[in-house]
Design a protein around this ligand. Structure first.
Ligand SMILES: [Ca+2]
Length: 414
């Protein structure tokens, strides 16, 4: 049994600060192997009695112990940021620009050339960016974006995945790996997060496009997470390859709009949050072949009218979330924290929030959320992306059409 699970059993709910001290002791004694559970049993989420709820756990943080440094400003709706091995950074802007930032955080004003046509309309545009774990050997950069055969304001678009290489300020060797089908004229819920697992697979999250019933429709990519080989081929061990009514790329179904996804550092499992309707944002462990229930089950309700959606909050055969936010925070960006710069944050998940304009820190014990801390509430605006640098510092992108920023949280007194 993972130490996290033992620990949960030993301490009643509410002994969070004691739990944190325990966690730190494991770290000094046993290192990361004792800190993150190495594996969770198949079919088990580590929950007992359903999800945890933000309304029970969330607290605002006053003494935060860090300062916020602005590294880059003046970005237009930046969506994703990633490091190249050189220490330079790439950042995407939703309108379709891919920009290079030097190691000392000066922004190259000339966007990378050669990107395919991006349909920037509504929530659509250029989304995530992921650097291949063996970038030094292969040079691959993965990008997701809203793609239309004939770009235009009202064009029917899909969420697409490409990879390419950087050469002399251009993206070259572009390979188109995937494009969601069917397309939609809707301007909402594209998903778009990319996760490379370092074992040869790439995950892409796809939203329901604002057409909620599509998330339960078998022959539809909407509302799914897809899993591909790094070159776009369909893995033959995908859960639905032998099921003719479900596309073979599909890994999991029943999602509304995932804008944060990351691998757990201990288990290697895919963790993701997703936007609920009015209320009902969720944190899930995304497992092969599972159905996450949208819109059949949800903890949220319809906008404005407040009327019920679907069949309630749970149903046999549909997954329960680990954690639920009512009211919604509109999460975007997700990172596990296990570095030294903020020792008290080790074992946490960091989550940006657009609507709620806050940085959420979820303290975990195994697969259970035991505390929710709200940082930077209303201080820096809408948070689109959260990353942890190799320096252990936390980097944020704020979402603004003319003054989106790259921020860095640094321990006070550093
Ligand atoms: Ca769900």
């Amino acid at each position: 049994m993972a130490k996290g699970a033992q620990h949960t059993a030993e301490h009643p709910k509410g002994s969070v600060s004691q739990g944190r001290r325990e966690s730190l002791r494991w770290m000094s004694g046993a290192g990361l192997t004792g800190f993150w559970p190495a594996a969770s049993a198949p079919g088990q989420t580590g929950r007992s009695g359903g999800p945890s709820f933000s309304k029970d756990l969330a607290r605002e943080s006053r003494s935060k112990g860090f300062t916020v440094r602005t590294l880059v400003k003046g970005l237009s709706n930046p969506w994703s940021v990633a490091w190249l091995p050189s220490g330079e950074l790439l950042v995407t802007e939703r309108a379709g620009r891919l920009l290079l930032i030097s190691k000392d955080f000066s922004l190259d004003p000339s966007p990378i050339k050669g990107l395919p046509g991006v349909t920037a309309s509504g929530q659509g545009g250029l989304f995530d960016l992921a650097i291949h774990p063996r970038y030094r050997q292969n040079g691959w950069i993965y990008l997701s974006f809203a793609e239309a055969p004939m770009p235009g304001r009202m064009a029917a678009s899909s969420t697409a995945l490409i990879r390419g290489r950087l050469a002399a300020g251009s993206l070259v060797d572009i390979e188109r790996l995937f494009s969601m089908h069917p397309r939609s004229r809707g301007g909402r819920h594209f998903g778009g997060r990319i996760v490379l697992d370092g074992k040869g697979y790439v995950y892409l999250t796809l939203g329901d496009r604002g057409e909620e019933d599509r998330a339960q429709k078998p022959n539809d990519h909407a509302g799914t997470v897809v899993r591909l080989h790094e070159d776009g081929r369909i893995p033959q061990d995908n859960p639905f390859v032998n099921q003719p009514d479900i596309p073979s790329e599909v890994f999991s179904r029943g999602h509304r709009n995932i804008q944060g996804a990351v691998l757990h550092p201990g288990t290697g499992e895919l963790w993701a949050h997703e936007h609920g309707p009015q209320g009902g944002d969720e944190l899930n462990i995304v497992r092969a072949g599972r159905n996450y229930g949208w819109p059949s089950i949800t903890y949220g309700v319809n906008y404005v009218t407040g009327t019920r959606i679907g069949e309630g909050t749970e149903k046999a055969g549909l997954e329960q979330p680990l954690h639920v936010w009512v009211p919604s925070i509109a999460p975007s960006g997700l990172a596990f924290y296990d570095s030294d710069a903020f020792p008290a944050w080790r074992g946490s998940l960091l989550i940006g929030a657009l609507r709620e304009q806050t940085l959420v820190r979820l303290q975990l014990n195994g697969n259970r959320v035991v505390a929710e801390e709200r940082l930077l509430s209303q201080e820096v605006g809408r948070i689109r992306d959260v990353r942890v640098g190799s320096d252990g510092l936390v980097y944020l992108l704020t979402d603004d059409s003319t003054d989106g920023r790259l921020l860095r949280l640094e321990p006070t007194g550093r």
